[in-house]
Write a protein that binds this ligand. Sequence first.
Ligand code: SF4
Length: 187
Amino acid sequence: MGQTSLLLERLGALIQQSVRDDAARHGLLPIHVQVLHYLTRANRYSDLPIAIAEYFGITRGTVSQTLAVLERKGLLTKESDSRHGKRLHLQLTPAGESVLRESWVERVEQALCGPAIEAAELESALSHLLSAMQRVNGQRAFGICRQCAHFLTEESGARCGLTHEPLATEQTIRICREWTEASSDCV
Ligand code: SF4
């Protein structure tokens, strides 16, 4: 057996520790920081409580409690969907964004800039591994929009082939709960 599983376990443990440290600095729990980070990456079909439950594999009750804390602390707001009345989109406030500054994500990005690391190759290998494990676990893939089988490029711009709605450019680089594999890339 190779060392890949051991390396992934060590990396996972280090990242979990970093998330705990980040959260403690702001008087939060790790799941609070993780949800804030998720929302900075989620598209408009995925910045919803149900998508958070799916992404983290947690109950809707836990999501409700988490969102209540974040809202009470002024770190996120809820906004009604203009077309789907009951749907609430979640957005970070400036205070929520400041929690994520100098977070574990930045430290990982700095480490990836090291001379011995081929970041693109590593990303591709990890994407394939994650995709395979999500299939085994029966979880949604949450891939990047422009890599989705439903993603359409038209003269007027990008469009979602599933919902038939136009996609703003900034939405096309975000992750989506409706993502369907076209290539095998996912996050
Ligand atoms: S194209 Fe795919 S990933 Fe993008 S919004 Fe539509 S379903 Fe989601």
